[in-house]
Design a protein around this ligand. Structure first.
Ligand SMILES: C[S@@+](CC[C@H](N)C(=O)[O-])C[C@H]1O[C@@H](n2cnc3c(N)ncnc32)[C@H](O)[C@@H]1O
Length: 220
């Protein structure tokens, strides 16, 4: 793949801009980061998601990485592949939904006590709209945990992601939350286990329900 020059017109484009339903048509029953990095994801969830709460796993697959010893009232998974979601034993409800076609979530205001996006934020072409709506479906003060490592499906990751390094990714996701306008207490955590895949988390807390502060103009 040749080097790309990222600019305002192509920042949220991808090498493969064909419909996501084609790319995700076949199930991938694999893990995308190694065991130590998965354990780091699970530990952040253990610290931040309230036991007994209602949890939303966005861009979900056959594993949600939630701590096995913790019971939640309800876990909802939203993703692109029905078989991946069907194989996920943590899910009480499985929702097929293309966030790149429709960034608005099919859930009620303040329905969840925590939300997760694991190793997938780089595939969103409307991240600010999606994250704005994630705050809407969380109760005020509830956490969102966006985790990422240093690998991805390169043809499906937006160009701006590919132009940045790990610390740039943390800054970018923090900016998404800032631009969404309804997040508070945003922080970037480096939970890299060492000797394995790096693992970072951007954590924000949902602010009270509010409209987008200004029109978000997608470049291009
Ligand atoms: C790299 S996998 C990560 C899966 C899971 N979160 C994990 O931690 O293993 C990317 C996931 O993002 C989901 N995804 C990709 N594009 C999406 C879209 N446009 N709308 C909703 N989900 C999407 C896919 O269903 C896929 O399962």
């Amino acid at each position: 793949m040749s080097e790309i020059e990222v600019n305002a017109a192509n920042a949220f484009r991808r090498y493969d801009d064909s419909p996501d339903e084609d790319f995700y048509e076949s199930p991938r029953l694999v893990t995308h980061i190694d065991d130590a990095a998965i354990a780091a994801v699970t530990q952040v969830y253990r610290e931040l998601f309230p036991a007994g709460g209602s949890i939303l796993d966005l861009m979900s697959s056959w594993v949600s990485h939630l701590p096995p010893e913790v019971e939640y009232r309800r876990v909802v998974g939203l993703g692109m592949n029905a078989q991946e979601l069907a194989e996920n034993p943590r899910l009480d409800l499985r929702v097929l939904h293309d966030l790149n076609k429709e960034p608005a979530l099919p859930f009620a205001d303040a329905e969840f006590d925590g939300a997760a996006i694991c190793v997938s934020i780089q595939y969103l072409i409307h991240p600010v709209e999606v994250l704005h709506d994630v705050a809407r479906v969380l109760r005020p003060g509830a956490p969102l945990v966006v985790t990422f490592s240093n690998r991805c499906f390169p043809t499906k990751a937006v160009f701006i992601w590919q132009a940045l390094d790990d610390s740039g990714h943390g800054a970018l996701v923090s900016r998404y939350l800032q631009w969404a306008g309804n997040w508070e207490n945003v922080e970037v955590l480096d939970r890299s286990p060492g000797g394995s895949d790096p693992l970072y988390a951007v954590v924000g807390r949902a602010a009270a329900v509010s409209p987008l502060p200004r029109k978000w103009e997608r470049p291009g």
